[in-house]
Design a protein around this ligand. Structure first.
Ligand code: AMP
Length: 191
């Protein structure tokens, strides 16, 4: 199995690049943000609980997202690999993911970390907000809160995987295709 984490702050291009990477490498895309928005659209209990955190730009509790990822892994036993997008976002989530994959005799192959400076992130999120309809992409206070959550809780996840030599930093600025080619080069040199 080839399991990839596409890592980076909100607005760094994870969603855009994920779509291209899953096409090229035949991986199954697991985006916790997308899964949570689906739960909200279906007005499930989980969705209603998650929405109160998402609307404020806060992370949803670990147990909720870990449960969703566990179900998704169980539902796709034949996948040749997964692309995790927006997960793990805390060290506790990373540890849980490592354990879930280990129980399937697998693990994380590589963490590709997109680097984009803060000013560019805010600009991109606001532009996305004009067409995505996502309220958390439109309110400057919520955008700021998401970036603070990232610095405090998510950035340490890179350290978790750097400790085992899995993290590769990739410049997340340039054209979509330039960034995609940089990501592919890193994957191809490790496959
Ligand atoms: P995203 O689409 O990845 O930007 O996620 C949108 C929002 O969903 C985030 O601001 C969080 O509130 C929530 N969320 C998505 N993934 C996670 C996760 N792995 N852990 C906690 N909250 C998450």
């Amino acid at each position: 199995m080839f399991n990839l984490i596409l890592f980076g702050p909100p607005g760094s291009g994870k969603g855009t690049q994920s779509e291209k990477l899953i096409d090229k490498y035949g991986l199954l895309h697991l985006s916790t943000g997308d899964l949570l928005r689906k739960e909200i659209a279906n007005q499930t209990k989980l969705g209603l609980e998650a929405k109160s955190f998402m609307d404020k730009g806060q992370l949803v509790p670990d147990a909720v997202v870990i449960g969703m990822i566990n179900s998704a892994l169980e539902a796709n036993p034949a996948a040749k690999g997964f692309l995790f997008d927006g997960f793990p976002r805390t060290v506790a989530q990373a540890e849980a993911l490592d354990n879930l994959l280990a129980s399937k005799n697998s693990g994380i192959s590589i963490v590709l970390a997109l680097e984009v400076d803060q000013e560019e992130l805010v600009k991109r999120i606001q532009i996305r907000g004009q067409s995505s309809g996502r309220s958390d992409d439109s309110d400057p206070n919520v955008i700021r809160a998401r970036l603070v959550e990232y610095e405090n809780k998510t950035a340490p996840v890179a350290g978790h995987y750097a400790g085992v030599g899995k993290v590769v930093y990739v410049k997340g600025v340039g054209t979509i295709d330039e960034i995609f080619q940089s990501l592919c080069r890193q994957i191809d040199s490790r496959k």
